[in-house]
Design a protein around this ligand. Structure first.
Ligand code: ZN
Length: 402
């Protein structure tokens, strides 16, 4: 890596911050650009092009990452914690610590995700998360930013609840949804809901109206119910195959709709534990590089030694990379960089397609792809320097951190 200025120091000081980054390849991620030039001004991408010869724009600092790959920062829309911190229990002022940990694994944006808890404590957590989302961070170490909230429940199926405590599951009503929405001050961006429970369709329609990405999950729905939910406004599926009625060739159920609907995005935990690699490959074939989304579902134990941890109100034991509560899996200790590399191991997908499933696809699913998950003019300069095998060498947020 070499860093040089095309101007002397005093001239640079008079100009606004403009930096050009070069490398061997760049993933937009829809396209691959060879010999790329990524120009950043004041934390925003102003140009993405191929470098002709060796020239950089005038009055620009050039940072060359030689044989590395530039890619958008990862966007995790389903994460409960990491580095010992649980997003439902943390103070708003503690979240930057999680953000710094996530940045070391290539994540630049994330949605802190709730689990089913008593409504009062959920609302208190949502207020703290809204505080963290609204806090502006302009200096200090590079960190992933919380951009919105994912409500995983409380409108989940008792039959497919996983570790969500049964006493905290609630029948969906617009009144309860609105109470959560108000506590989160409108920052709810994803709602995981089981469409078959009475009242769900109305809440799905209302959430979709508020631009929430309605995601079917923790569900025992049969296929016609899942199809009705899509008509009502659902457009995504939460940790496909996990906490879902299993696929049956004569009774396809919710998975029949999730896997065959080519308008729906769907996400998966690709940690090698939640879903067998062969089924990961089937999922990737079904959804393709445009609709598959990677999530971690990571809990506070991520990046920590084995032991006992909290997931909202739930106690979780972590041993050998497996998080369980009773007989059920309880989230993961997966990091997004490993999820991306796992995709390239379990399938014939290129690193670019795997990166796409962790960047543009989640950003699109939640309606934020104008500024996130993509390297294009106008987008936030949140990007990664990756090795050719997907190791995160550097994470840059709003043009800072190189
Ligand atoms: Zn989860």
């Amino acid at each position: 890596m070499c860093v040089y200025d095309t101007l002397c120091g005093s001239e640079v000081a008079q100009l606004s911050m403009r930096t050009a980054f070069t490398a061997t390849r760049l993933f937009t991620p829809v396209e691959e650009i060879r010999n790329p030039l990524l120009v950043v001004e004041d934390g925003v991408i102003s140009e993405v092009s191929s470098r002709s010869g060796n020239e950089a724009p005038a009055n620009t600092k050039v940072v060359d990452f030689s044989d590395a790959v530039l890619a958008p920062g990862f966007f995790d829309i389903h994460i409960h914690g990491g580095s010992g911190l649980d997003v439902m229990r943390a103070a708003a002022s503690d979240l930057p610590r999680l953000g710094r940990f996530l940045a070391t694994h290539g994540v630049t944006a994330y949605f802190p995700t709730t689990v089913a808890a008593p409504l009062d404590s959920t609302c208190a957590a949502l207020e703290r998360l809204a505080d963290a989302i609204e806090a502006t961070v302009s200096d200090g170490p590079v960190q992933a930013r919380p951009l919105g909230i994912h409500l995983e429940g409380p409108f989940l199926s008792h039959k497919r609840r996983g570790v969500h405590p049964p006493e905290n599951l609630v029948e969906p009503t617009i009144a309860v949804f609105d109470r959560l929405w108000q506590a989160a001050r409108g920052h709810v961006r994803v709602l995981t809901i089981a469409p078959e429970i009475p009242g769900a369709m109305e809440v799905i329609a209302e959430a979709a109206l508020r631009n929430v990405c309605v995601s079917m999950g923790h569900s025992d729905a049969e296929m016609p119910v899942a199809q009705a939910a899509v008509k009502a406004g659902a457009r995504h599926a939460t940790h496909t195959f996990n906490a879902m009625r299993p696929l049956d060739h004569r009774e396809p159920g919710i998975l029949g709709e999730v896997l065959s609907n080519n308008q729906m995005t769907a996400d998966m935990i690709v940690d090698g534990i939640h879903v067998d690699p062969a089924v990961v490959e089937l999922f990737l074939k079904a959804k393709g590089p445009e609709l598959a989304v990677l999530i971690t579902d990571a809990i506070s134990a991520t990046g920590m030694p084995d032991g006992r941890y909290q997931l909202g109100p739930i106690e979780v034991d972590v041993k050998d990379g497996k998080a369980t509560s009773g007989n059920s899996l309880a989230g993961s200790v997966l990091t997004m960089d490993r999820a991306v590399r796992n995709v390239t191991k379990y399938s014939d997908w290129s690193l670019r397609d795997a990166v796409r499933a962790a960047t543009l696809n989640p950003a699109r699913a939640v309606g934020l792809s104008a500024h996130h998950g993509v390297l294009a003019p106008g987008a936030s300069a949140d990007f990664l320097v990756l090795s050719s095998t997907g190791e995160v060498l550097k994470t840059i947020v709003r043009g800072r951190g190189f």
